[in-house]
Design a binder for this molecule. Structure first.
Ligand SMILES: [Zn+2]
Length: 123
């Protein structure tokens, strides 16, 4: 199990990307876990749009880029916690400083039903 939401999110996205790239554009196969549950014919655009691999890959790309911007940095502590250095977000200016920041926690929140999500990451 991953201790950091960023490492966990990147593993989730890697797995989702592999699944999306494996989808045959002619017939979308529905799976739950590793079990095939059915397929959606090409003419059924209403449901295809919900799981279009192109959309999924675009969302994964956007979320990876957000995570790249909201990366952890070590800074000298100015507080009374007795620590010389603390970790904070390179982008957010939260007080008290913390990492993961609210943005990273909110991204992870969208995947809270996936195996490995931890309550301590809750926004
Ligand atoms: Zn941030």
């Amino acid at each position: 199990m991953m201790d950091e939401p960023t490492a966990w999110l990147r593993e989730v996205w890697d797995a989702d990307e592999r699944s999306a790239r494996a989808i045959d554009s002619a017939s979308v196969i529905l799976t739950i876990g590793d079990t095939v549950r059915g397929s959606i014919p090409p003419e059924d655009s209403k449901f295809r749009s919900l799981i279009d691999p192109t959309d999924l890959l675009a969302r994964i790309d956007a979320e990876r880029r957000i995570l790249d911007v909201h990366r952890p940095v070590r800074v000298r502590s100015t507080g009374d916690l007795g620590e010389d250095f603390i970790e904070r977000c390179s982008m957010c200016d939260q007080f008290p400083a913390q990492y993961p920041c609210s943005t990273v926690r909110l991204i992870a929140w969208g995947y809270r039903h996936r195996p490995g999500y931890r309550e301590e990451w809750r926004p």
